[in-house]
Design a binder for this molecule. Structure first.
Ligand SMILES: [Fe+2]
Length: 151
């Protein structure tokens, strides 16, 4: 991880969620904070009990810093065999990219969790594993809130 990216994530220690009035409390929210040619920063809010499908990060490197609460990460191989389970605590920085595997993030706690994600390069599309059809589905990465200055 470059010093520039370390500093960038290091600058985020707490987040004042009142800055994001559109946020729907208790639901997962994805908010684009910064968008550049080679990276983007995304704030995510995880309601208690929320979990993602298993997904990849296409060709992007993804660092995740946990700002509040706790989360569980399950890493799988491409055939969705569980490789490891990690518990993410406040201020830890987690890293994943395709050579490590695909993953699933779960909020198994009783309170909200908040994360900052740094994607380099920006994550335009990714794939998620659909349990029902047992196939990988391509998704366009979308946000719940994009500040006007980034549109
Ligand atoms: Fe992810």
């Amino acid at each position: 991880m470059s010093q520039f990216y370390k500093n960038l994530l290091g600058n985020y220690k707490i987040v004042d969620l009142s800055q994001y009035p559109e946020m729907d409390q208790g639901e997962k929210g994805r908010y684009l904070l910064e968008s550049h040619e080679d990276y983007e920063l995304v704030l995510m809010v995880w309601g208690a009990g929320h979990e993602t499908p298993i997904h990849d990060h296409h060709k992007s490197h993804c660092w995740t810093k946990l700002l509040q609460g706790s989360l569980t990460e399950r890493i799988y191989d491409k055939d969705c065999r569980l490789l490891s389970e990690n518990h993410l605590e406040k201020n830890c920085v987690n890293y994943i990219q395709e050579k490590i595997g695909v993953h699933q993030i779960l909020n198994l706690g009783k309170s909200e969790a908040i994360t900052i994600h740094l994607y380099s390069n920006p994550l335009k599309t990714f794939h998620l594993f659909d349990d029902q059809t047992q196939t990988w589905i391509e998704q366009i990465n979308e946000y719940d809130l994009i500040p006007k200055e980034l549109l």
